[in-house]
Structures are given as C-alpha cells and as structure tokens.
Design a protein. Structure first.
Length: 314
C-alpha cells in the first residue's frame, strides 16, 4: 500500500512542477517582449544595437595591422631614399612657403612705413597750423620754433628763419588796421600842415587852385584808397592793401607801416609753404626724431611713365 501511494504522489507532483516552469517561462517571455517594445518606442533600442558602419570599422581595425604610435620607425624605413621627383617637390613647396612669407613681410613693412610717413606728415601739418595760430595772435613760438627747425629746416630753411624772426617782433592784422587808421589824416593830406615843408605847402596851395574832373575821381581819391586798403587788410590781402597805401599822396608817412605789412605778408607765405611741404615734400621732410620721411605723400600725383610721356597726343 505504501508503494502505491508513493507512486501516485510522485506522478502527481511532476506535472505540477512542469506547469509552473512553463508558466514562468511564458511570463518571462511576455515581460521581455514588452521591454523590447518599450525600448524600441522610446529610441533606446537603436543606441544599444551596433550600426553596420561601426561593424565594418571594427572589422577593418581587427583585420589590419595594429601599429604602436610610440614605436620609432625601423632602420629600413629610415634608410629608404626618396626619388628626385619627391625631393624636388619638397624643395619647391618649402621655397613657395618662404616666398609667401617674404611677400607678406614686405607688405607689412610697406604698410608700416606708409603709416609712419603719413603720421609724420600729419604731425608736421599740425605744427605748421600751430605756428600760424601763434603768429596771428602775436604770441612767441616757444617750443613750436624747435619743432619747425627739427621738421622743416632741411626742406625749407628760409621759410623757417622768416617765421622765427617775425615771431621775435610780431605784428597782427588788428595792429596794422589800427595804425593805418591813425595814419589816415597824414595820408589824405588833412593832418597838421605846420610840419610840411615850404615846397609841399606851396604845391598844395597851387594844386588846390586847379581841379581836374575825371569819371573815376571818386575811386582814386586818397580817402577811397585808404578805405579799400582797410578792406584788403580785413580780407588778409596784404599785397593789395600795400599797393593802395603806396598810391596815396602822403605815402612817405606810412613807410614803417608798409615795412611791417610786408613782413606780415612774407611770414604768411612762409607758413603756406610749410603747410604745402608737410603734405607734398617727397624727400627732405623729417619726423619727430629727425629721420627723413621717405614714404611719398598720398596727396602727391604719381609721376608719368616714360611710355605715356612719349606717346603723342591725339
């Protein structure tokens, strides 16, 4: 009886264990399928699986020889001679790079020289402007005189000397106008006649007895000439003002005024010359350190080529 019961119990236990195993496997399969579906829906599956390109790369890496980058080349590789064509190409590439470097360096040097030359010309022009402002105000040049000597003495020595000499005894436009106004009675013959000589008084009396009428008599009268001279002074046309004063009958009384006016005209011309030199002088202009400015001015017109000059017109 015991054998029959044990046999029955063993026969009933085995089917139960098998069903439980099958059920567990089925549950695991369902969970795995659900996990794969979830990973594919969220894009995680593509990152986990290798791509064909990666497989090919890894296969090529495995098939090819592995070289150590730290391993020095063998003696055979070092001693392998290069062909003449390879040597010439290497030399040509090096020469080409050197030529490019030299060209860049030369262009940088040219640009540096151009900038330095233009800066020196601009500084010289500012010095000339400062000298003109001080001359017009009747002020001493002080440090500007040293700058004029340093920059322009080699190019325009006479102009520099004229400006410095005038600054030691300056004359302004306002002073010339005031002095001309004070000389008006003597220049027009309406001043004190007691200081005139006997001949001048006699000539004046005889001249007053006869009157010659002309169409332009009002324009050539001493008063009209002095008025034009004052207008010329205001317009800084000093040469025309001097000519009008010299045509007045009593011009001898204005000798000192004429000399000072001519000095003022000369210094203005000298200042104009220095400004032109600062802009256009090609060789003899100096910079702040006394070095020559070799760079031509950008305002200067380029010289005509011989072929263009020899070509006939028309």
């Amino acid at each position: 009886m015991q054998d029959i019961s044990s046999t029955a119990s063993s026969s009933t236990g085995r089917p139960r264990s098998r069903s439980i195993t099958v059920f567990a496997v089925l549950i695991a399969f369902i969970l795995g399928a659900a996990l794969v579906a979830w990973a594919s829906a969220n894009g995680y599956l593509s990152t986990l699986l290798p791509t064909p390109d990666a497989e090919q790369t890894s296969a090529a890496a495995l098939d090819g020889p592995v070289e150590d980058p730290l391993t020095p080349p063998t003696t055979a590789e070092k001693s392998t001679p290069k062909t003449p064509a390879e040597q010439m190409s290497a030399i040509g590439s090096v020469e080409g790079r050197l030529a490019l470097l030299e060209d860049r360096i030369s262009r940088l040097d040219f640009q540096t020289d151009a900038a330095s030359g233009n800066a020196a010309r601009a500084e010289g022009l500012l010095i000339a402007f400062a000298a003109r402002r001080m001359i017009d105000r009747g002020e001493p040049l002080s440090y500007v005189a040293d700058q004029l000597k340093l920059r322009f003495m080699n190019a325009q020595p006479r102009a520099v000397e004229t400006i410095i000499a005038f600054s030691k005894k300056p004359v302004t436009i306002d002073e010339l106008s005031a002095r001309l106004e004070a000389l008006s009675p003597e220049l027009t013959g309406k001043g004190d006649k007691s200081t005139l000589s006997l001949w001048d008084r006699a000539r004046g009396e005889i001249g007053s007895m006869f009157t010659v009428r002309r169409d332009s008599s009002a324009l050539v009268s001493p008063t009209a000439r002095l008025d034009r001279a004052k207008v010329m002074l205001t317009a800084r046309r000093i040469d025309n003002a001097i000519k009008e004063v010299e045509r007045v009958p009593g011009a001898d009384a204005a000798d000192t005024w004429i000399a000072d006016a001519r000095r003022y005209e000369q210094v203005q011309r000298a200042l104009d010359l220095l400004e032109t030199t600062a802009m256009l002088e090609p060789r003899r202009l100096n910079d702040a350190e006394g070095h020559k400015v070799d760079q031509p001015s950008p305002l200067a017109t380029p010289p005509a080529t011989p072929s263009a000059a020899a070509q006939p017109a028309g």
